[in-house]
Design a protein around this ligand. Structure first.
Ligand code: PMP
Length: 414
């Protein structure tokens, strides 16, 4: 049976060129980047070259602004927990620092925030989104307070594909920072973090243009290996130059959450995943070079898939937006009256792989909080399926997938 993969938002196949680039770093150039001898030098040179490459691709000013992690989950956790811990250290007078997130964040952002609420009473505000999944800017304006340590809003939502208005958010934060510069808590807060795990193959992520202080990336969503990601952290020597002590690094508003050998400038201990980091950088370079073409082609295929689904199943509806504020690779469809799990099982038996939303939650089989946050009832969340395309998806695969969807829905209705 021919298999059709429509779950690229869960993971992408590693590009063979990225795999080739990794090869020497398993058994030949295998040294520990922390070692001072030849083997160590060889390894640290590879890690730092990868850091430079990724830093250049995202407009980082300094190569130290890229911290490698085990993936987007760890990067998000470090951003939320690390930035808020640092804020608390710098502002002991603020009893309950505020964390503003959107109501459609990935669990790797929302759960660390909720954990801080449970641990010491962090004040977590989840901003509503509209039907299309766009975060409510007015609600952000109302939520910003002198006690706010962090605003974290994702770039592309992983379930419905909505692209969030990061620049508008940044302008609002900038205005707020200026207004309160003379107030009770002057300083560079709130920090602005974005989870861009889904974005890299499709969007030019210039941290300067986006105006973010921190940004999360994931290798395996961008045709690199699994188990590696990065957190961009903007360096600001003026504001954070005095940072000191274990788990901090001068210029960075972050407190390490993993302590030990002091790798990644003291902000993320643990021997670096050298092959993974090399593969990630290679994959990122390849993806960035092909971005414009990939985006147009994948968006056209995605639109074609939607047209075919709508013709075959007229009751089907898009979740999120059908308009421009949508990443090219994601299509989330409500099939009224059809439990997603039932359809997904039928699809899989016929060779089509899709998902009901986040792969991280698939095992728990909980209905999507994202679809509900768009203002839809729970029932709709349980009847919705995400199809996500990739650079290897072809027009023939789209046509074949649409035929399977038509057959499966017809069979389920009998
Ligand atoms: N954030 C988003 C938006 C994601 O889609 C994912 C992957 N489902 C993650 C974070 C977690 O990424 P990783 O698998 O690299 O930990």
């Amino acid at each position: 049976m021919r298999r059709l993969y429509f779950d690229h938002a869960a993971s992408t196949p590693a590009d063979p060129r990225a795999v080739r680039a990794m090869q020497p770093y398993f058994s030949r150039a295998f040294g520990n980047p922390g070692s001072l001898h030849y083997y160590g030098q060889e390894a640290i040179a590879a890690v730092d070259a990868a850091r430079e490459r990724i830093g250049t691709l995202i407009g980082a000013k300094h190569f130290r602004e890229v911290l490698f992690t085990s993936g987007a989950t760890e990067a998000n956790s470090l951003a939320v927990r690390g930035a808020v811990a640092f804020f608390r250290g710098a502002h002991p007078g603020v009893a309950r620092p505020r964390i503003i997130i959107s109501s459609i964040e990935h669990e790797s952002v929302s759960e660390p925030a909720q954990a801080l609420a449970a641990e010491w009473g962090a004040d977590v505000v989840a901003l509503p989104v509209n039907r299309e999944g766009v975060v409510d800017i007015v609600a952000l304006k109302d939520a910003l307070s002198p006690e706010t340590a962090l605003v974290s809003v994702m770039h592309v939502n992983n379930e419905v594909g909505t692209v969030e208005p990061l620049r508008e958010i940044r302008f609002m934060i900038d205005a707020f920072r200026k207004d309160r510069a003379a107030g009770a808590h002057p300083g560079p807060y709130p920090l602005f973090h974005t989870d861009a795990a889904q974005s890299f193959p499709y969007y030019y992520l210039d941290t300067e243009l986006l105006g973010v202080d921190m940004m999360t990336l994931s290798s395996h969503k961008t045709y690199g290996p699994k188990g590696v990601g990065a957190l961009f952290v903007r360096r600001d020597d003026e504001a954070f130059g005095g940072a000191g002590g274990p788990g901090t690094a001068a210029g960075f508003p972050l407190a390490a959450q993993t302590l030990g050998g002091g790798q990644e400038f003291g902000l993320r201990s643990g021997t670096e995943n050298v092959p993974g980091i090399v593969g990630f950088a290679k994959a990122a370079e390849i993806a960035a070079a092909a971005r414009g073409k990939t985006s147009l082609r994948v968006a056209a295929l995605r639109n074609d898939l939607w047209r075919r689904i709508k013709t075959a199943v007229p009751a089907a509806e898009i979740n999120g937006t059908a308009g421009d504020a949508k990443a090219p690779h994601i299509l989330n469809v409500h099939f009224p009256g059809h439990p997603a799990q039932d359809l997904l099982t039928r699809f899989d038996r016929m060779g089509l792989a899709a998902s009901s939303g986040s792969a991280c939650r698939a095992r728990a089989a909980a209905p999507s909080h994202v679809i509900e946050a768009l203002g839809h009832p729970k029932a709709r969340a349980a009847e919705s399926i995400r199809f996500s395309l990739g650079k290897g998806t072809t027009g023939r695969a789209v046509a074949a997938a649409a035929r399977i969807i038509e057959k499966a829905v017809a069979a389920a209705a009998r």
